[in-house]
Design a binder for this molecule. Structure first.
Ligand SMILES: C[S@@+](CC[C@H](N)C(=O)[O-])C[C@H]1O[C@@H](n2cnc3c(N)ncnc32)[C@H](O)[C@@H]1O
Length: 259
């Protein structure tokens, strides 16, 4: 997308040190941070990468936020799946344009956003949650960035007791006991379909793998932990950063195959 920035779009402002500020461009009014003030009218019509100057003479570069910029700054009602894990999930679970995907739970909608982008307008996403307030939070975060999504449905249900009508090409679970969904998932997945789950703790991942095996409906059951280590290059210093995202969780993938 090479069009200029417009009112009601999100803008990411980046300072000299790489610090990020996320704001929605309003038709009027101003954005304020410790670098000073910027008028929203001065953002409208700018190309991404333009250099703006605050009221205090400080430079801020303006961009459209990447999905990960938005995910890390949007309001949360739950732990989200971090971009480093989403990246692995999308490739290992092979979420493709046009796929029909079932997701549980909705949480804050971070994974829903990534899945919707990956399946594209020809795909479908059904997102389940046991809590209405979580679905509302997810809906707000998704529509705030992407607008109304006709190919996304939210379903209030307990997936431990059953899934919405399939079949699905992919099922993605981010809830405490994915093993309790294994049998339902085996029924709802197309042959060769992929089940993926995310859990933070070792006992949870062990129970998940055991439950997947017990169904005898899955092959290629594999678990991964994704680690991303940012490095700093500043003057003579070239080293990993002192702080980065540590442990988040384990991703387990399984493929629907004949018993
Ligand atoms: C960690 S959050 C999901 C975060 C989400 N993936 C994200 O990236 O924003 C877990 C969600 O699972 C939901 N949940 C827990 N048990 C459930 C169940 N049995 N059926 C459906 N949803 C469930 C919770 O209400 C919560 O919203």
């Amino acid at each position: 997308m090479s069009s200029s920035l417009q009112p009601d779009e999100f803008a990411l402002l980046v300072d000299r040190t790489g610090r990020h500020f996320l704001t929605k461009i309003r038709p009027t009014g101003q954005f304020q941070c410790h670098h000073g003030v910027l008028q929203y009218t001065d953002m409208v019509g700018k190309q991404e990468g333009a250099r703006l100057e605050t009221s205090l003479g400080k430079p801020l570069w303006i961009f459209r936020p990447r999905l990960q910029d938005y995910l890390m700054k949007m309001p949360r009602s739950s732990t989200i799946i971090y971009p480093k894990d989403i990246g692995v999930l999308l490739i290992w679970a092979d979420i493709f344009p046009g796929a029909r995907v079932l997701e549980a739970g909705a949480g804050s909608g971070a994974l829903s956003l990534a899945l919707l982008r990956a399946v594209g307008p020809d795909g479908d996403l059904v997102t389940c949650d046991i809590r209405e307030d979580m679905m509302q939070r997810a809906r707000r975060n998704v529509t705030n960035l992407m607008g109304p999504m006709p190919n996304w449905s939210l379903c209030l249900c307990d997936v431990y007791h059953g899934l919405p009508d399939g079949p699905f090409d992919r099922i993605v679970l981010d809830l405490p006991e994915p093993g309790l969904v294994a049998r339902h998932a085996a029924q709802a997945l197309v042959p060769g379909g992929i089940l993926c789950s995310f859990v933070p703790n070792v006992p949870q991942v062990q129970q998940t793998v055991d439950a997947y095996r017990e169904t005898q409906a899955f092959v290629e059951i594999e678990t991964y932990e994704a680690q991303v280590r940012p490095w700093i290059f500043r003057g003579p210093s070239a080293r990993p950063t002192h702080s980065s995202v540590g442990h988040t969780g384990f991703l387990t993938f399984a493929r629907r195959g004949e018993a």
